[in-house]
Design a protein around this ligand. Structure first.
Ligand code: SF4
Length: 344
């Protein structure tokens, strides 16, 4: 549904030019022009969004799928998405719904006629027994207004809220989200501005700023790095591990995930196992307490161990929990160490 957007300003009244301030692209738009995300447009000197309430995906997921391993493990999260993204990742797995060319959101009857009010999303989450609502699959930043309205309602109804994001958002809208989002699963794709620009049409610095600010605001965050061959090298993997340790904390979970070729990255190979092993080893040698490897058949790298005594605390099989041995409050049953995370 079309709605007036938030976080923009007029730059030329006479010629009806506006600038969008939602994400670091800061698209400067003439009347009739669309932003990079393809779902926001200057209409007669006002910025509008075409995806308020336009759900393209809604599902009950395990929270482990986000991935969040230390945020109420094993709970079901009602996960939604509207179309669009402010990145153009060559290997996007959800490109059918994330990469919306300009005019599609405005002209596609399914998009125009679909309107699921925020109240209905919250009701459905409660009805399906979910403890949280997750904003995921595409990039939630570009449906900021809808996400914010849902998250506010969700808080009133006692639900937790989760944002799965590329972290490419401006500071002001982020501050609003920090009031109502409980946990963030952030992508830190590369540690090279050049790689960000080439692979995703993004930039590194705003991503680091967003992650750090969210951490400092006391939110629960976990970081995911998709191991994209040729764009991500060993130096970047080391830099990411060190950055998490030094700028966040060694207890922030780091998920390294296997890449498979999709969309416009069919020329790249899947991540070689040696690269996954290198990333896990690098994370551990950097002193990170919780390093996980995803998108690979069941290995020990999906389990949680106590960093103090080595006790197996949470055993996973894909997205399901095989065993859960933490005591109430996230306490290791063997040595009594408090495990970092949100456990009740
Ligand atoms: S949200 Fe969309 S329109 Fe706004 S700056 Fe980002 S890409 Fe451009």
């Amino acid at each position: 549904m079309k709605a007036v957007a938030r976080h923009w300003h007029v730059i030329d009244e006479e010629n009806k030019r506006v600038e969008c301030d939602l994400c670091p692209h800061h698209c400067k738009l003439r009347d009739g022009q669309y932003g990079i995300c393809g779902v926001r447009k200057n209409e007669g000197g006002k910025l509008v969004t075409f995806t308020y309430g336009t759900l393209v995906s809604a599902a009950v997921d395990p929270i482990e799928k986000k991935p969040l391993y230390h945020f109420l493990p094993g709970h079901a999260t009602f996960t939604i998405a509207t179309p669009g993204c402010n990145f153009k990742c060559l290997g996007c797995q959800n490109w059918e719904i994330s990469q919306v060319p300009p005019k599609v959101a405005e002209k596609t009857p399914m998009f125009l006629e679909t309107f699921i009010p925020p109240e209905a999303v919250v009701e459905k989450a409660i009805e399906t027994g979910c403890k949280s609502i997750s904003f995921s699959y595409t990039e939630p930043t570009i449906y900021f207004e809808y996400m914010l309205d849902i998250a506010r309602l969700a808080k009133q109804r006692g639900l937790k809220t989760v944002m799965v994001s590329n972290a490419f958002i401006e500071e002001k809208p982020l501050e609003e989200l920090l009031e109502v989002i409980d946990a963030f699963a952030y992508d830190l794709k590369f540690f090279s501005d050049e790689a960000y620009r080439k692979y995703a049409k993004g930039r590194l610095e705003p991503v680091l700023r967003t992650i750090k600010r969210s951490f400092e605001a006391g939110k629960w965050i976990e970081i995911t790095t998709l191991l994209v061959p040729q764009y991500l090298d060993e130096k970047q993997i080391e830099d990411i591990a060190h950055w998490i340790r030094d700028e966040l904390a060694p207890w922030v979970p780091w998920h390294v995930s296997r890449f498979f070729p999709y969309y416009k990255a069919q020329d790249l190979p899947p991540t070689p196992m040696e690269m996954i092993e290198f990333a896990v080893k690098t994370g551990k040698e950097a002193g990170l307490y919780y390093v996980y490897a995803g998108n690979i058949p069941h290995t020990d790298w999906e389990n949680t161990y106590c960093p103090e005594c080595g006790e197996l605390l949470i055993e996973r099989f894909g997205y399901t929990l095989k065993s859960y041995n933490l005591k109430p409050g996230g306490i290791c049953p063997k040595c009594g160490r408090k495990i970092e995370g949100v456990f009740e």
